[in-house]
Design a protein around this ligand. Structure first.
Ligand SMILES: Cc1ncc(COP(=O)(O)O)c(C=O)c1O
Length: 393
């Protein structure tokens, strides 16, 4: 069966947060991480069936929904999870905030590696915890084009730990640098957390979007089973199957005491997952694998196109520094353009990007491009990129 990843959908004027940002202007929104693709036909059919039932009471997942998640963890990553370990959440930003409140007290510290998805830094602060950031170290490759590596700076990480450090937020695969951390790095990170008695929260929301087929997803809790009792894994169908608007995610917490602390922190505040969310989640994990493979093929082709064109010719001022191993998000170094506000400059030339400074980068140095869109949209964005570069004074 073939799927449509080429039709440009009409999203302007809909409830899309991504498209509402530029309502009356000709700016292509390529910022927030949702894709301009329809979800899988299996998900859309499951939602139709659920809507047809016509009753939308308070929801609990049925066994087949839980089985879909458990089976996906087993078949995709070889991770045998107990259904009792799953705690359903309406979103993973919510999961990060709950984790910060559950495992650090006000004034205590939460570590993360930057640049990173902004809620990793804001979640601790939202409740009076302290975010401590440790920059990833960039090692340039021989060609200087898309062959560098973002590595963990172990010395800096050790130096950042204080008696107040309680928690480590990992993003794997990493948004925005698109890196898949390797087994040895994950094992070392788990050992680091154990040695300093930190809870390790591993946000794996992008784990089914690995573009490099030689890199399997390694759940942190599975890589270091001896430390699994201190892990909180966050997952969701939202990024991969383009259903973030349905608010369905989950934490996997093997240790019962940790789970109880996490659940206590949700009490009375965290909303239930909805009936439609459960229906979509089940169809995503159980019935959408062929669609996901089609999506990955499309994203790989976009990635190859970006890798071949950025940093050369008319796009020489926009550099992709490291391989896009996962996600549909490209972290672009635009410092050579010397712009104080690159996002405003690109918007003035019709492309809406995410500003790297919110991810912890120096203002003016980086922007993030979402290439989860039809090729025609990406090509138009690249055309506008070229015009934006040539217009730099
Ligand atoms: C690493 C990471 N975690 C969480 C989220 C957001 O999750 P949710 O929409 O479930 O709150 C994103 C969205 O881009 C993300 O990249």
């Amino acid at each position: 069966m073939s799927f449509d990843f080429t039709t440009v959908p009409a999203r302007l004027g809909t409830d899309s947060q991504k498209w509402q940002k530029y309502p009356a202007t000709d700016i292509l929104p390529m910022w927030v991480a949702d894709m301009d693709f329809r979800s899988s036909p299996a998900i859309i059919e499951a939602l139709h069936r659920r809507v047809e039932h016509g009753i939308f009471g308070y929801a609990r997942p049925v066994k087949s929904t839980v089985d879909a998640v458990v089976d996906a963890c087993a078949s995709r990553y070889g991770w045998a999870i107990d259904p009792a370990w799953i705690i359903w959440l309406p979103g993973l930003v919510c999961g990060l905030n709950v984790t910060a409140q559950a495992f650090a007290a006000p004034g205590e510290e939460v570590l993360c590696l930057t640049p990173v998805y902004p809620p990793f830094m804001t979640a601790p602060k939202n409740s009076g915890r302290v975010s401590v950031t440790v920059p990833l170290a960039f090692r340039a490759g021989p060609s200087g084009r898309a062959d560098g590596t973002w590595e963990i700076d172990w010395t800096a990480l050790e130096a950042a730990v204080t008696p107040r450090t309680k928690l480590f937020f990992l993003c794997n695969p990493h948004n925005p640098v698109a890196r898949v951390f390797r087994r040895d790095e994950l094992a070392r990170l788990a050992e680091f957390c154990a040695r300093h008695d930190l809870i390790l929260c591993s946000d794996e929301i992008h784990c089914d979007l690995i573009l490099d087929p030689s890199l399997p997803h390694l759940p942190t809790a599975l890589v270091a089973p001896e430390h699994a009792s201190r892990t909180v894994t966050l997952m969701a169908p939202s990024k991969t199957y383009n259903v973030p608007g349905l608010g369905t995610s989950f934490a996997i917490i093997p240790d019962s005491a940790l789970r109880a602390r996490f659940v206590r922190a949700t009490a009375g505040i965290v909303a239930e997952v909805t009936t439609l969310g459960f229906a979509a989640c089940e169809a995503a994990y159980r019935d959408s694998e062929d669609w996901r493979q089609g999506l990955l093929a499309t994203l790989r082709s976009h990635r190859d196109h970006l890798t071949a064109t950025l940093g050369t010719g008319a796009l020489s001022g926009i550099r992709l520094e490291a391989p896009l191993e996962a996600t549909y998000l490209a972290w672009l170094n635009v410092s050579a353009l010397g712009l104080a506000d690159p996002v405003a400059h690109f918007e003035a030339h019709g492309v809406g990007l995410s500003d790297g400074r919110f991810f912890g980068a120096k203002p003016g140095d980086y922007v993030r491009l979402n290439f989860g869109c039809p090729r025609a949209t990406l090509d138009e964005a690249l055309r506008r990129f070229a015009a934006a570069v040539s217009a730099v004074p």
